[in-house]
Design a protein. Structure first.
Length: 317
């Protein structure tokens, strides 16, 4: 089974590299893409994926802030995937190249499968932290994923099976030995994401990566009602009914001292940075209307998606 997984991961890695190679070839006039093409060449030659030096060069290049000035275009150019689904590897490296790494610690909800928002930081930059998954399968997959890549260093990670609620989330984090400032919180549970982030007060992450529901569109400020056992599949609406809109997440972020800085081009995740860490020339607050991207896998404009789920309850924020 492990051999099959390794072969599958290799195939997927080649596919991701091919996509970015094609993007680079279409943009040969852009110095940033020339560099990305060089990076891809290095990654393809490096069979064990120990690309730490290349990524540090990438962070240095990003920190130099040359070439592009429009923030949304800047971030989009930084997207690339090693262990993530939507370019989060590159986006996070870019953000931390600007604000710096303070603790190298994270909390990541919704682990499982072969992609993790924080895996690159763990594998190539020695971060440590807490992974939380809701099923035995998710925990087994996560442990297998990291044991194959970092060996005994997996002991620096806590990988826990927990069913997260707004009532237990702080005790789960605190019992894992995490408190106060950490570098990153990643929330991806496809359910009560808004309510869980709202409840967290035991940690103060410098960056928050949270999924938003693009089907709610860029203007509505709504979330699904809180339900501790929320299951997006039970509503028979193509899994379009879950989480919260970007407007709602942005309002919550402001209440907690964060500013929206980007949404990935696939329309899945929003990136928030502590407002106190914003930079006047390179890391500014973006409005939800500008940052918003539609979900890349959902058919039709967001207005049609919204109409499709309009019979289901939401709470105005």
């Amino acid at each position: 089974m492990k051999a099959i997984k390794r072969k599958f991961n290799k195939i997927m890695a080649e596919f991701r590299n091919f996509r970015y190679l094609m993007r680079a070839l279409r943009n040969l006039s852009n110095p940033q893409y020339i560099f990305d093409l060089q990076l891809i060449h290095q990654l393809k030659l490096n069979k064990d994926w120990s690309e730490r030096n290349s990524q540090r060069q990438l962070m240095d290049l990003y920190a130099s802030k040359v070439g592009i000035t429009d923030q949304k275009k800047v971030f989009e150019a930084k997207e690339y995937k090693i262990f993530t689904q939507n370019g989060e590897d590159g986006i996070l490296l870019y953000i931390f190249s600007l604000i710096g790494i303070k603790t190298g610690k994270f909390v990541d909800f919704g682990c499982g499968g072969f992609s993790h928002n924080t895996a690159n930081l763990v594998i190539n930059f020695n971060w440590s932290g807490l992974y939380i998954g809701g099923t035995d399968e998710a925990i087994r997959e996560t442990k297998d994923f990291f044991s194959e890549r970092i060996g005994e260093r997996i002991n620096t990670l806590q990988i826990q099976k927990q069913w997260i609620t707004k009532d237990n989330i702080n005790s789960i984090i605190e019992n894992a030995g995490l408190k106060g400032t950490i570098d990153l919180l990643s929330v991806d549970i496809d359910s009560s994401d808004y309510w869980i982030w709202e409840a967290i007060n035991v940690i103060s992450p410098n960056v928050v990566l949270v999924e938003y529901n693009a089907s709610f569109g860029p203007y509505k400020s709504v979330t699904v009602p809180y339900k501790f056992d929320f299951d997006p599949y039970e509503y028979n609406v193509k899994k379009w009914y879950h989480g919260a809109s970007l407007q709602a997440m942005t309002k919550l972020g402001k209440q907690k001292g964060y500013s929206l800085v980007y949404c990935d081009s696939n329309g899945v995740n929003a990136f928030f940075v502590k407002t106190a860490l914003l930079l006047e020339d390179s890391l500014k607050e973006m409005t939800p209307e500008i940052a918003y991207n539609p979900h890349f896998q959902r058919e039709g404009p967001y207005e049609e998606q919204l109409a499709f789920i309009s019979h289901l309850p939401v709470i105005e924020i």
